[in-house]
Design a protein around this ligand. Structure first.
Ligand SMILES: Cc1ncc(COP(=O)(O)O)c(C=O)c1O
Length: 403
């Protein structure tokens, strides 16, 4: 049987494959769903008499903020509708606090720290790294954050400024946080400090492809726990319409909202109101968004099924994998410390997988066993081949075979 695996790997290698499943990107058929935006004419003056072509409306045009208000279930006054990137809004949040934060700007804190769940999103780690803010980690479980670890981290560290998390279809392991988990997070964080920031990156807010656990909107939970002044929620249409060509939304309140408006005023005179208007007209009502996202789901789901089928063929003792109900990633966790080896074997056979360690701060996976698979960007045929390579690479690495 070992001979068979080696022969299979070498025959796959001989195919000179070039398949990239590194990044969670929509494929062309998903992007096509929004093609009407490309040729959409919008009236230069909107219903409120705002000239969309000119400067003005720094926090977004009213109907785009109303759209954000509906999406995030937060009052209109608490919404900023920004440009094409929610990551930019997160970055502006950190930057604003770094320069102008109260009671002390973060730059004046000796050893500032922020909590990121692991495995997590490489750009989150990178963002804190840019500011010299140490990243502390807590693991995730089926309910969301591991609250025992969270409490331990808080008990043993001063100057923790907050936590960033992806509460729905977390990148990359797909957890959907329970209401109880988020509420307890609010309790624990608030007890630590009245300035502890809860930053929620809802990049996959409306991106279910299978029935998903019920979740109360995060802003509503924050309202019920009286922590709105410590809470920021961001999302975007990057994986709804066009990657980097959608619009972004933020809900914030109190001093946070003022701080971010101040920061944004220094950086941006106003967002692209024409693109905002196009999106408002494209998504006339909730039903249009729902049916649009269902079309995405119908394109994405078969790819996840292809990946699951391949992963199911791997003996359980070799590792386990996440089965998300939405989002863009599957996480495979190997039993042995072989993630780097598996990824190198795939790469030698022409299949690119997210570099080992990239879902951990500083790119170091302490157990060398977490692999992120992004099945959406390639076509189904290529995905099947890529998964075949992946399964073979797992077998080789687990059995320690020489190829
Ligand atoms: C968790 C998470 N946040 C943010 C982003 C980027 O979103 P945006 O394009 O709105 O900046 C991604 C995209 O990969 C993501 O996975």
């Amino acid at each position: 049987m070992h001979e068979e695996i080696i022969t299979k790997y070498n025959s796959l290698k001989d195919k000179s494959l070039s398949i990239d499943i590194t990044r969670g990107k929509p494929d062309a058929s998903q992007l096509d769903l929004s093609n009407d935006l490309l040729s959409m004419n919008v009236s230069p003056i909107n219903d409120e008499g705002i000239d969309l072509r000119n400067y003005g409306e720094p926090h977004g045009i009213r109907p785009a903020r109303e759209l954000g208000s509906k999406l995030l279930n937060a009052p209109f006054e608490n919404i900023i509708t920004g440009e094409q990137s929610s990551l930019l809004l997160s970055y502006q949040t950190v930057l604003a606090n770094y320069i102008f934060g109260e009671p002390a700007p973060w730059k004046d804190i000796k050893k500032p720290k922020f909590i990121c769940p692991i495995p997590g999103f490489d750009r989150h780690f990178r963002m804190f790294n840019d500011f010299g803010i140490e990243v502390l980690t807590v693991s995730l479980n089926e309910e969301g954050l591991n609250l025992i670890e969270l409490q331990e981290v808080l008990d043993s560290n001063d100057d923790i400024l907050g936590i960033i998390s992806v509460p729905r279809h977390s990148n990359p392991s797909g957890e959907v946080f329970s209401d109880e988990n988020i509420s307890k997070l609010f309790d624990i964080g608030k007890a630590y400090s009245d300035n502890f920031l809860f930053l929620f990156d809802h990049a996959y807010l409306i991106h279910d492809f299978l029935p998903t656990k019920k979740q109360t909107p995060t802003w509503m939970l924050a309202e019920s726990m009286d922590v709105c002044d410590q809470t920021i929620v961001v999302t975007s249409f990057s994986k709804v319409t066009f990657g980097g060509g959608g619009i972004s939304f933020m809900a914030a309140s109190g001093k946070n909202l003022e701080l971010i408006k101040r920061m944004r005023t220094s950086m941006i005179i106003c967002p692209d109101k024409i693109n905002q208007q196009r999106h408002v007209e494209f998504f006339k009502d909730d039903e249009v968004i729902k049916s649009h996202m269902l079309k995405h789901a119908n394109l994405i789901k078969p790819k996840f099924e292809i990946a699951y089928k391949a992963l199911e063929s791997i003996p359980d003792e070799y590792g386990n994998f996440s089965r998300p109900t939405g989002g863009y990633f599957i996480t495979y966790t190997t039993t042995k410390s072989i993630a780097l080896e598996v990824i190198n074997l795939c790469s030698s056979a022409g299949v690119l997988i997210t570099p080992a360690g990239s879902t951990f701060p500083k790119g170091i996976d302490p157990n060398n066993n977490v692999i992120r698979i992004a099945p959406t960007f390639v076509n189904e045929e290529d995905l099947e081949i890529a998964m075949d390579v992946f399964v073979t690479a797992i077998q080789i690495a687990h059995l320690d075979l020489t190829v």
